[in-house]
Design a protein around this ligand. Sequence first.
Ligand code: NAD
Ligand code: UD1
Length: 309
Amino acid sequence: MVDSPILITGGAGFIGSHLADALLARGHAVRVLDNLSTGKRSNLALTNPRLELIEGDVADAALVARAMSGCKAVAHLAAVASVQASVDDPVATHQSNFIGTLNVCEAMREHGVKRVIFASSAAVYGQNGEGMAIDEDTPKAPLTPYAADKLASEHYLDFYRRQHGLEPAVFRFFNIFGPRQDPSSPYSGVISIFTERAQAGLPITVFGDGEQTRDFVYVGDLVQVLVQALEADWLEAGPVNVGLNRATSLKQLLTAIGEVLGEMPTVNYAEARAGDIRHSRANNARLLLRYEFPVATPLREGVARLMGR
Ligand code: NAD
Ligand code: UD1
C-alpha cells in the first residue's frame, strides 16, 4: 500500500524542517511545498525516499491542490515570517500569509483532507496582556499586516471547521529558537542573531536596557507538540499558545551565551526599538492540558545545541 504523506507547507524552513525530520523518524512519509524564499534544500534530508520536495508557492491555488492530492494531513507553516517585511510590503506578504491559507483550506476541502496544523503567532495579541501571562482569550490586537493575516487565517480555518468539517489545530507560537533559524536579517529571532555574532566574535547590539523578557521555546519541544496534533484521533477546537510561561530577559540570554562560549560576548546598548513589547509570556495552561509537553529544553542547552557545542 502506498503511504499517504503529510504535507508541510514551508517545510524547508526553520520550524518546518525540524517537523519534517520528526515525522520521518516516526515513519511518516512527508511532502514539502516550499518556494525556498527563506527555506533551504540543505535543511531537508532529500536522500530519504520518503521525503518529497515540491518547489512552489502557496499563493498558487492549482499547485496547492496538486500538492494536497493523496495527503493524510497538513502542517501549514509557509509564511513570510518577518513582521518587518509585512510592514514594508503588505500586498506581497498577504499572498503568502493569507491567500496561502485560503488555498490550503480549499485544497483540503477538494481532496477530503481534514487535519491541519496552523502556525499562528503571539503577534495576534499585539501589546495586550503585556507583563502578564497571556491566555488565549486575551483580546486580539493585530498591529501589523503579519499579525492581521495570521488572525484572519485563524478565522478562516474556523469557518472551514464549522462549514466543511476541517480539523484545524491552531498554535500561537511565542519565541521559538534553535538550529536552522535564519540570523541574516536585523529582524530575525534575537537568539539566532546573538549566537551567530557571538561565535563570530562580533559585538552584539541590545535595543533597550536588556531587561525586556521573552518566552523562548526550543524548536525540538515545539515539534513534539505539533507531531501529537497531527497524530491525535480527536482535537478540541480553539487556538493554543505555545510558550513555557517563563520570562527570560535578554541579559539572562547573554549570560547563557557567555557560559556556553566560555567568555561574555561584547555588548553595545542602543535605543529601544519603536513599538517593542517589553514583556511577552504565555499562559500555557491549555497547551499543558491538551498535549504532553516534554520537559522543556533549558535555554542554555538549547543555545549550546544551536552553537554546535
Ligand atoms: P522560516 O522563514 O524559516 O519558514 C517559513 C518557510 O515558508 C520558509 O521555508 C519559506 O521559504 C517558506 N515560504 C514563505 N513564503 C512561501 C510561499 N509563498 N510559498 C511557499 N513557501 C513559502 O520561518 P519559521 O520561523 O520556520 O516560521 C514557520 C512558521 O511559524 C511561519 O508561519 C511563521 O509565521 C510562524 N511563526 C514563527 C515564530 C518563530 O518564533 N520562529 C513565531 C510565530 C510564528
Ligand atoms: C517576535 C516575533 C514577531 C512577533 C512578536 C510577537 C521573531 C523573530 N519575531 O518578536 O514575529 O510579532 O514576537 O510577540 O520571532 N533585539 C535586540 N537586538 C537584536 C535583535 C533583537 O536587542 O539584534 C531585541 C528586540 O528589540 C526585542 C527582543 O530582542 O526586544 C526580541 O526580539 P525578536 O527576536 O525580534 O522577537 P520579538 O520582538 O519578540
